[in-house]
Design a protein around this ligand. Structure first.
Ligand code: SF4
Length: 289
């Protein structure tokens, strides 16, 4: 986990590179890059507060789904390089603006720099680790004491699907173990129903994938008392999907209803779900850098 070594172990890709001079599969080297920071009004109600979630979008991604909704950011096409000290200043700015939390979006490959920043200044609002779920346990163990809320995706159950859309046959195996670690964080809400500690899993329903979504919910039901889940309908065709005709449409009302009915049948009460109208590119942020 030391970026001075020539072997980066910050995610399960385990690139054998020197990040001082080379970029890994995440598309990043040792430079800390961000695309945007702002008060984000469209997170789950328990993370948004009155003024929004203090969201920081980090550039690059170690998972690189073909349908990525934040494509220019995940591919490190956009963004600007900042120092650890500038990241500290952003924490302070967001906190002063009344952010409900500091929401670190796709932080995995910058976890060393983020820990350095949080060692300099730990905000007095929850720190949210917002991840695709493809995480190394030892990295989570290292950052855990700085994190209040985990916000992991759980994208696929099927190895065939995860291989097809993210190039990782072992996605569920890795992500489910990571989430089992995360849910040890106790669930705590304040009197305004704001999440102060705990884990909120996100699952985006994809076109033609209701069977896979049901398997995700079956698995989630084994931890349903220790975490929340959001079932998301907002999939919007985007990214590198020319070779994936099935991804060139939004999900249908029927597909979403199948998944939500199944969620209800499993008696999963710690759940949020979206309106089907959420599938709109207005929810995709405009990048600042
Ligand atoms: S964080 Fe990036 S460089 Fe490091 S192992 Fe993962 S993909 Fe490779």
């Amino acid at each position: 986990m030391n970026l001075n070594k020539t072997y980066c172990n910050l995610c399960p890709n385990g690139c054998k590179i020197d990040k001082k001079s080379q970029k890994g599969l995440c598309g990043t080297d040792n430079n800390l890059r961000i695309a945007k920071y702002y008060l984000h009004a469209f997170e789950e109600p328990c993370l948004t507060g009155d003024k929004g979630s203090g969201t920081i979008f980090f550039c690059g991604c170690s998972l690189r789904c073909v349908f990525c909704q934040n494509y220019p950011v995940s591919r490190n096409i956009t963004g600007k390089i900042i120092s650890v000290e500038q990241l500290v200043d952003i924490f302070k700015q967001l906190e002063d603006m009344g952010a409900a939390n500091i929401n670190l979006v796709n932080p995995t490959h910058y976890s060393d720099q983020i820990i350095r920043a949080l060692d300099i200044y730990k905000p007095n609002i929850p720190i949210v680790y917002n991840t695709h779920g493809y995480e190394n346990l030892d990295v989570l163990q290292k950052i855990d004491r700085y994190i209040d809320v985990y916000l992991p995706d759980l994208k696929y159950f099927s190895p065939t699907l995860s291989k097809r859309y993210s190039g990782k046959e072992n996605y569920f195996e890795i992500a489910s173990k990571a989430i089992e670690f995360m849910v040890k964080k106790p669930l705590v809400f304040d009197s305004n129903r704001q999440m102060k500690s705990g884990t909120l899993v996100r699952h985006l329903v994809l076109p033609q994938c209701t069977s896979d979504s049901k398997k995700i919910l079956d698995w989630f039901s084994t931890i349903k008392d220790n975490a929340y889940i959001t079932v998301m309908s907002q999939y919007t065709p985007f990214g590198e999907i020319d070779d994936f005709p099935e991804l060139k449409r939004k999900i249908t009302k029927r597909e979403y209803k199948i998944v939500i009915d199944y969620l209800i049948s499993l008696n999963i009460k710690n759940a949020f779900y979206q309106q089907i109208e959420s599938a709109s590119d207005v929810y995709i942020p405009k990048w600042d850098f």
